[in-house]
Design a protein around this ligand. Structure first.
Ligand code: FAD
Length: 494
């Protein structure tokens, strides 16, 4: 009999039920061991799960995975999760970087963490090759090593896609990680101080104070909005003579911005930018970025002091290598092809999540919402009585079940449980458009509600405060917002 144990994820009730059961697993893992003597036989080796990455997918997964059942090792070059939706705010100082971070070891102290990058996977030997260049500052050569796995979770996200445009890597800033946001924050103040030097010509001042943002998706739009707030509320007071020269331009290659949003909300964003300092240029395809000049396809040249490239996702080297080595991945377009249970096609015990993965039959957007839901789903598959076929010694594998599904075995086992395929429950879209206004596209089943304006900003703030991954982060973000309102953003360079 088919037993759908994984709750129905397409309903809110399912989501709430998942939350409750995950909290119970978490409480048992972390506090149960303090109260109860450990029941399990320690001589039996547990299957080893290797999780690649420490972003949205990996973080949500380790919050739910049952570490009593598995030895879990996280491998990532970054030792902390970052709340990416607020990177734009951090890049202008509305919130502090550390308020958005949660170290892997804090997210789940029962997992092991190794600071390294995975370079390749040997699917036959079930090993991951890694490289760590932690000793580089002391002039040490990078160290390489291999780790075996029973299950592998690929949650390595995506890189920034430059679309082969010359000069992007050399001259533009990205907004993908905390490191990028930190560079942008220092560069803004740098441009203002350079423009303020007595030796800087008038023409050069105009160039230095022109910020060009390339890409009219949520990241580009939110960055323009945050920068404009910074200019109008803080820089105006601190650099009154320079502010009239400041320009912000948003270049979008298509004929609309925020294309995932409804037309009415796109219009509200355009209107809001028109009445502020942000100039939006549509159908502007960038073909070259020089040290001081951006060239568009129609030959127009735009001088700039700072360029932010927010134009899309590219493929990480690890995903590229997996796509080329697994025959069933032929035809993959930059993301690993996965099945309805999030397994990488052509493998039996490798899952892929988030921006690194795509199900051709049910394509989903590359968002944190998708990555986190996929991760919690994969963790539940592994926590509950499901199993993928893999080479775990019989004695060490307390679980069986999905093998029927995966191997196509005819074994008529009453206990066989077939997991319900992953289904994404979209909760809607939010974007900040500046001047204390936000957009919200709320999805309630098939019904969509569109909201924009100042009241929507309150909704935006409450959602982001609630969505912080820990109580500590929530408090820090609220304190940062209050600090910014009272004292303004910090302009010091360090
Ligand atoms: P990531 O979160 O990118 O994590 C990838 C992890 O893998 C990182 O820790 C990285 O260090 C690690 N890694 C990389 N290579 C390797 C390797 N070889 N070995 C081991 N580890 C590796 N989504 C929303 O839903 N709402 C938003 O408002 C929103 N705003 C965003 C704003 C910005 C500025 C950005 C950049 C993204 C935003 N997103 C938003 C998108 C969201 O952040 C991504 O969809 C999400 O991070 C994808 O999660 P992931 O786990 O797949 O990858």
């Amino acid at each position: 009999p088919v037993d759908y144990v994984v709750p129905r994820r397409e309903t809110f009730a399912g989501l709430v039920w998942d939350r409750i059961t995950d909290s119970l697993t978490d409480a048992r893992m972390h506090y149960g061991r303090l109260l109860l003597p450990k029941q399990k036989d320690k001589s039996v080796a547990k299957p080893r799960i290797i999780v690649l990455g420490s972003g949205w997918g990996a973080h949500a997964l380790i919050k739910v995975l049952d570490c009593d059942l598995y030895d879990v090792t996280v491998i990532s070059p970054r030792n902390a999760f970052a709340f990416t939706p607020m990177l734009a705010a951090a890049s202008v100082g509305t919130v502090e970087f550390r308020s958005l971070l949660e170290p892997v070891r804090v997210a789940n102290e029962l997992v092991d963490y190794v600071q390294a990058s995975a370079t390749s996977v040997d699917l036959e030997r079930q090993t991951v090759s890694c490289v760590s260049d932690l000793g580089r500052v002391e002039g040490e050569v990078p160290v390489t090593f291999e780790l075996p796995y029973s299950y592998l979770i690929v949650a390595v996200g995506a890189t920034t896609n430059t679309f082969g445009v010359p000069g992007v890597r050399e001259h533009a800033f990205f907004l993908k990680s905390v490191v990028d946001a930190r560079k942008i924050r220092a560069a803004i103040v740098n441009r203002f101080e350079r423009a303020n030097l007595p030796t800087t010509s008038e023409e050069e001042k105009d160039r230095l104070l022109h910020t060009v943002v390339i890409g009219g998706g949520p990241t580009g739009v939110e960055y323009c909005a945050e920068l404009n707030d910074f200019l109008t509320s803080d820089l105006r007071r601190k650099y009154p003579r320079l502010v009239p020269r400041v320009r912000v331009t948003l270049l979008q290659s298509g004929d609309a911005i925020l294309t995932a949003f409804d037309d009415t909300l796109q219009g509200a964003a355009m209107e809001n930018f028109e009445s502020s300092n942000v100039e939006v240029v549509l159908n502007a395809r960038v073909v070259d970025i020089g040290p001081t000049m951006i060239t568009l396809k129609d030959g127009t040249e735009v001088d700039y002091g700072m360029a932010i490239w927010a134009a899309g996702n590219g493929t990480t080297p690890l995903v590229k290598s997996l796509i080329t080595t697994i025959p069933d991945q032929a035809g993959a377009r930059g993301r690993l092809r996965i099945d309805d249970w999030l397994r990488v096609k052509g493998t039996t015990n490798v899952f892929a999540l988030g921006d690194a993965a795509c199900n051709d039959d049910d394509p989903m957007p590359a968002t944190a919402q998708v990555a986190a839901q996929q991760a919690a789903y994969a963790a539940r598959l592994l926590n509950r009585d499901y199993c993928l076929s893999c080479e775990i010694p019989e004695a060490s594998s307390p679980r069986k079940g999905l093998s029927k599904l995966i191997n196509g075995s005819d074994e008529d086992d009453e206990k066989t449980r077939v997991a319900k395929p992953f289904q994404f429950l979209s909760l809607g879209l939010l974007a900040y458009i500046g001047r204390d206004r936000a957009l919200a596209q709320v999805e309630l089943g098939k019904k969509k509600i569109f909201l924009s304006g100042a009241a929507t900003r309150l909704l935006y703030d409450s959602v982001y405060a609630t969505k912080q991954v820990s109580f500590r982060n929530r408090v820090l973000v609220l304190v940062d917002w209050a600090k910014t309102k009272v004292f303004g953003r910090d302009l010091s360079q360090f």
